[in-house]
Ligand binder design. Sequence first.
Ligand SMILES: [Zn+2]
Length: 411
Amino acid sequence: MKLLFRNIKQLLQVREKGITSLKGSQMKELPTIDNAWLLVENGKITDFGKMEEIPTFEEVETVDASGKILLPGWVDSHTHLVYAGNREQEFVDRINGLTYEEIANKGGGILNSAKKLQETSEEELYVQSARRLEEVMKMGTTAIEIKSGYGLTTEAELKMLRVIKRLKENYPIAIKATFLGAHAVPKEFKENKEAYLDLLVNEMMPKIAQEQLAEYVDIFCEKGYFTVEDTHKILTAGKKYNLIPKIHVNQFNSIGGIQAGVEHDALSVDHLEVMTPEDIEALKGSKTMPVALPSCSLFLSIPYTPAREIIDAGLPLALATDYNPGSTPSGNMNLVVSLACIKMKMNPEEAINAATVNAAYAMGLSETHGSITRGKAANFILTGKIPSYGFLPYSFGANHIDSVYINGKKI
Ligand SMILES: [Zn+2]
């Protein structure tokens, strides 16, 4: 079945094959065709061009995109979308001035999310997570990474990863799974973190590898959680099982996590709210993609990733949601793109590049996702009638999506 989009007001992010990441000043360029057509065949982008030069096609289903913009679907390279229950009570308590300890005692925090997840059946966890996945697809996300890390026992971590596997099987959206057993130290290991690290390495990783439940390995490298030394240990062990590192670093403190990630050829280092000149230097010339999570900064009222410093130093930058129940209960990539412009002073071209081409790099999907390129998956956002693509981040909080296509099918 062929699908033809005609009269597209602007076709965004048109790239030749082989563009994998955009750095520094390259991020300011967003190649666009005005008044365009685009052909989809067997779920892939076959061809496109200007309306003045459109060939004659037979037996095609046609979509009239007059006044509308067509762009590649968002790629969300960092989420914790599989979780049990929500934490809106904690949110209200925080507004009312309760301390972290008081909130934890009332049932908040990562360890309480873990407890709730351990008590939730795999089926129920799947149902809750599938609902969230459908919600983000409707908001234009067409590829997503999902982490474990709210299990913190072998059984519960495997349960989370099996739910991710089932989502992969049942939905057309591209999904990559990350093992984040080192998200927090469980209470029972509070006095013996080494024993928990050994459990991750010696018991969980072999099982995950055996069932092929994850592509990536992650660790929360932060004061009070896991050290740089712990990070080396987990990433070294992950390598044995072909788990590529994507790590949480520099959210509250710069303690050397970026350098550790670069040393292990991490695919991405994520958060980066606190960056030193040495951290920026360490990323230069590396294969590691820096990833910013601005809706987490919004929700927690913490600093935003210094995007200008990163990009102006000639580095690439990707954007993701960090969708999770504690610090970012939102999987809305449209809001992320807006926040990148409003709060991080990225221009719309940089923000769109960060949420498509660079985001696809950050989840190993450069070959198939992130741009309008012949042969790539026909994953698009078709907007409503809007004046220009700058209107997308400008008019924040409103829904400008007419429809979303994954593999050439409207969802
Ligand atoms: Zn995260």
